[in-house]
Structure formats: structure tokens, C-alpha cells
Design a protein. Structure first.
Ligand SMILES: [Zn+2]
Length: 167
């Protein structure tokens, strides 16, 4: 799924610009004006998430927005520019579930051909707060590790495997 759309007008000179085809990994668009030469790069986005536990059970949120609306998922979200990745992971857990989490270890960095998002997964321990859904979740619940619902994103199974292997 493309999350970054090619620009229609050059942000440097204002002329209409054409998307490059195909735009699978290279630049999204180039300005056709030789004196301008602007190139819109297809930079990846970084997201972070946490397999967070309370007494051995895993905290999941039911998403109330696309993608994967209605599905259970780890609390996760995009890292802001200027923000440490670990801090973004802690913030996303707080925003989506209402609890404080302490990051314990890196589970892995996940990416793949054609994917716009690089996903950084951590394991963490909940240190305080009562689970309650934030703006981006309709429910929060704890699941036993062997009773997890089917998770929606491409690397979720690998993340759970990494969590089990490093417990
Ligand atoms: Zn231009």
C-alpha cells in the first residue's frame, strides 16, 4: 500500500510534474524542467510497536481506523521526526492503551520489498496505568500468548515468534 503520493506540482518551481513509472522503489516524481531538476524521493516511514505484557499476557488494541480496522494489533504508530524510536514506541502504547510501558529489548526491524514502512518491534513490560482505549482503538484487552487472535500485518507472526524466542 502506497502511503506517499507523488506530487502533482513541483514544490520548487510550481510547474506540473509527472510521476515516475513504475514507482516501486525509486523516486516518486521528477520535475521535467531541466533548470529546476527537483526530484521527489520515496522515503520510507518508520513505525514502532511494542509487544507489551502484564503478568505474561499480551496487550492488544482493536483498531478503529484503516488499515485493518476492527482487527486486534499491537499498539504501534509512526515515529515523529526528531523523536527517539523507543520514545515513540512508549508514546504509542500510552496513547492507544492508557498504560506506561518500559521497553525491555528490541525484537527486530522489519521491512520488505515494496513496503513503505520500516517497522521496529520491541518487547516491554507494563509498569503502570489501567488499560483503556485511546482515540485510535475501540478496545484494549490482554491475551494469553497461546490464544492470540490472527494479527493483520505482514510481519506480525515473525514479531510474535521473536518475542517467544527471547522470553
Ligand atoms: Zn520544478
Amino acid at each position: 500500500m502506497a502511503i506517499i503520493e507523488p506530487a502533482r506540482y513541483c514544490p520548487r518551481c510550481g510547474r506540473p510534474i509527472e510521476a515516475t513509472e513504475p514507482a516501486s522503489t525509486g523516486p516518486l516524481a521528477r520535475c521535467g524542467d531541466a533548470d529546476c531538476g527537483y526530484v521527489q524521493y520515496r522515503d520510507p516511514k518508520v513505525a514502532a510497536g511494542v509487544v507489551a505484557t502484564i503478568e505474561g499476557r499480551i496487550l492488544l488494541v482493536r483498531r478503529n481506523h484503516e488499515p485493518a480496522r476492527g482487527r486486534w494489533s499491537f499498539p504501534s504508530g509512526y515515529v515523529d521526526a526528531g523523536e527517539a524510536v523507543e520514545a515513540a514506541a512508549v508514546r504509542e502504547v500510552r496513547e492507544e492503551t492508557g498504560v506506561e510501558v518500559r521497553i525491555e529489548r528490541l525484537l527486530g526491524v522489519y521491512s520488505g520489498p515494496g513496503e513503505d514502512v520500516i517497522f521496529v518491534a520491541y518487547a516491554g513490560d507494563v509498569t503502570g496505568g489501567e488499560p483503556a482505549p485511546g482515540d485510535e482503538a475501540s478496545e484494549v484487552a490482554l491475551f494469553a500468548p497461546d490464544e492470540l487472535p490472527a494479527l493483520p500485518f505482514p510481519h506480525d507472526d515473525a514479531i510474535i515468534e521473536a518475542w517467544r524466542a527471547s522470553r
